[in-house]
Write a protein that binds this ligand. Sequence first.
Ligand code: TYD
Length: 139
Amino acid sequence: MMKYTAFDCHILHLPVIHNRAGNITPVENSITLPFDIQRVYYLYDIPGGETRGAHGHKNLESLIVAVSGSFDVTIDDGKNKKRIHLNRPYLGLNLKPGMWRDISNFSSGAICLVLAAQKYDETDYIRSYEDFLNYRQHG
Ligand code: TYD
């Protein structure tokens, strides 16, 4: 399987339908996203100073959106790290498979929406950073 790097994780500009009464951002399988959505989850009520999602995924691809408020996503491929501030409901960070990531610096009331390409699968998680580095080096 191809190994992605942190540089393959781009921000996608989602469609925005403007209206004086407010905006709509539609997200559709195969049209808006490079994958089909199998699962949606969202993080909310995050206490100030907390960090979420400090783990790796072997195969999971996802799109992370700050539908309300803001936060930082740090992506690490074992060699390169990048930190991306998300603060617009029409911008989505496309996380490729094989990344270690955490989400931090949540603003008060922030909602982190995650559109995921696979159902929940604990065997896809890599919970220790040492195991992650080993996985990146040896597969
Ligand atoms: P986890 O992904 O470890 O949270 P985070 O990395 O953001 O701190 O998930 C926390 C718990 O929630 C874990 O016990 C599994 C459960 N969970 C599900 O059951 N389904 C899901 O889709 C997700 C994301 C988590």
